[in-house]
Design a protein around this ligand. Structure first.
Ligand SMILES: [Zn+2]
Ligand SMILES: [Zn+2]
Ligand SMILES: [Zn+2]
Length: 472
């Protein structure tokens, strides 16, 4: 059946650019002249298809909404790349000076410690052991097999009974705090490094007045369900007259000095985890620490690193199993989870769920984060001055779209509101999520595919034109 209001419905679907589960809102809006207050236009969702307006869900996870996640990935790419090579920006808080390209910069990977042996895919056998020894559960301690890298057993415990699920979930739940303490420790470790570089005693407080560490970091789930952190860490100077300015650090503040401080901080930070089962565990980083100097990189490297980080920020705890661990669990359905994500990740989620029921761990909200295997943070975060913000990037996109509409000859009041010449007044209420029927969802998927196809053709056309221009 074809909808009678198909044309206006279609334009709604196009506006949410292929979002698979748009939020439906009902209400009205008016655009008023910012000077006189005169109402320039009014709109009510009553006149729209189904009486609602569609708003893109904005979910950053590829397994939840490919279209919104793609938009998020692109924004994050811009954010990371701008922090590495600068950005002109549309506004003061959107701009990053191009000189950041010369600031000391590291690419740092921080890993989780071991919570017991897991199957691996390193060439030449998983965990060969000659003795044939067994654990208390009667399982062999080693594994003679050679696993393909993408085999589902890779990353799962050799003996699930021996593996420390409680420790793993608690570690995930505290990795945000571990990062916070590491950041502070980096600041402190810069003082002795600065003292050595300057040949006199430099206090932590003095270092704070001279240097600022900026970063963007992304959490990536490993196969074993623990998170890794990848971060671009940049060393800036401090302008005594303008705290918000991003300026070059003094010349003695080299990449090697920053790397030393990061290494020393990452290997020394440690604090006690809560102990629901009486076992004493400390929260610290695993021994695998990768600190790479990416200051003197080529033109393409910032772009490549940015793409690398952006890719991880759109993955969920179990990306190979779409949906299964993408949303909060309402109850624990262990059999269902096992069927969807395999026994190991299911047990991680179940452990988080069980720990979440304990009074003494209430503050961790582990039931709410059971689907994230205890990890409670955002997949991507940055320090304030590293780069532009997601909000600034979104505002730029809105303004650009509005300007485009004006150039196309339709200077509508909504576009004026978006560009700041008019004010927007509105009252909206949530009316539901997703398309209302299967037929609608199918239609929308078709439109999305059409749009994607058109975009691809357009990109190819641009590439052909560029190639032609080079030949001429
Ligand atoms: Zn979406
Ligand atoms: Zn194995
Ligand atoms: Zn065992």
């Amino acid at each position: 059946m074809v909808r009678e209001d198909f044309p206006s419905w279609r334009s709604q679907v196009e506006r949410v650019s292929g979002c698979v589960r748009p939020v439906r809102v009902a209400g009205s809006a008016a655009a008023a002249d910012s000077g006189s207050g005169e109402v320039l236009a009014a709109f009510s969702s009553r006149d729209a298809p189904d009486g609602v307006v569609l708003v893109a869900c904005g979910d950053r996870r590829a397994s939840v909404c490919p279209a919104c996640s793609e938009r998020y990935r692109r924004d994050l790419w811009h954010l990371v790349a701008s922090g590495m090579r600068g950005r002109d920006g549309a506004s003061a808080d959107d701009a990053v000076p191009g000189t950041v390209g010369a600031h000391p910069r590291l690419f740092v990977t921080l890993t989780a410690p071991s919570f017991g042996p897991v199957h691996t895919a390193r060439g030449g056998g998983c965990r060969p052991r000659r003795s044939g020894a067994r654990c208390v559960h009667g399982r062999p301690l080693g594994c003679d097999l050679v696993h393909e890298a993408d085999h589902r057993v890779v990353g799962t415990p050799v003996c699930p009974e021996c593996w420390d699920y409680t420790g793993a979930v608690l570690w995930n739940a505290h990795v945000g705090e571990l990062w916070r303490r590491t950041r502070i420790a980096v600041g402190r470790a810069l003082a002795p490094a600065a003292s050595a570089a300057l040949g006199r005693r430099v206090t932590v407080r003095e270092v704070d007045r001279l240097l600022r560490v900026s970063y963007v970091k992304v959490a990536e789930y490993q196969r074993r369900g623990l998170v890794h952190l990848h971060a671009v860490v940049r060393l800036d100077g401090v302008d005594p007259d303008d705290a918000s300015a991003v300026v070059a650090p003094p010349s003695w503040a080299t990449p090697a000095l920053l790397a030393g401080a990061v290494r020393s901080a990452a290997s020394s930070v440690s604090f006690a985890l809560p102990s629901p089962d009486g076992a004493l565990r400390s929260c610290e980083w695993g021994p695998q620490l990768d600190v790479r100097d990416v200051t003197a990189t080529g033109e393409d490297d910032p772009a490549r690193l940015a793409a690398y980080l952006a890719k991880y920020a759109t993955k969920t705890a179990a990306d190979s199993a779409p949906g299964a661990l993408a949303h909060r669990l309402r109850r624990l359905d262990l059999a269902g989870l096992v069927a969807k994500v395999g026994p190991h990740l299911a047990r991680m989620a179940a452990t988080a769920w069980a720990l979440g029921g304990r009074r003494d761990l209430e503050h961790l909200g582990l039931r709410r984060w059971a689907h994230a295997l205890g990890y409670r943070g955002h997949l991507a975060t940055k320090s304030r001055r590293f780069s532009t913000t997601m909000a600034a990037l979104r505002a730029v996109r809105r303004t650009w779209r509005a300007r485009q509409r004006v150039e196309e000859g339709s200077p509508d009041p909504w576009a004026q509101a978006a560009s700041g010449d008019a004010v927007l007044l509105g009252q909206w209420a949530y009316a539901g999520t997703g398309f209302t029927g299967l037929a609608d969802a199918d239609l929308a998927a078709g439109i999305t595919a059409d749009l994607e196809h058109a975009r691809r053709e357009y990109r190819e056309l641009l590439a052909r034109e560029a190639a032609l221009a080079r030949e001429l």
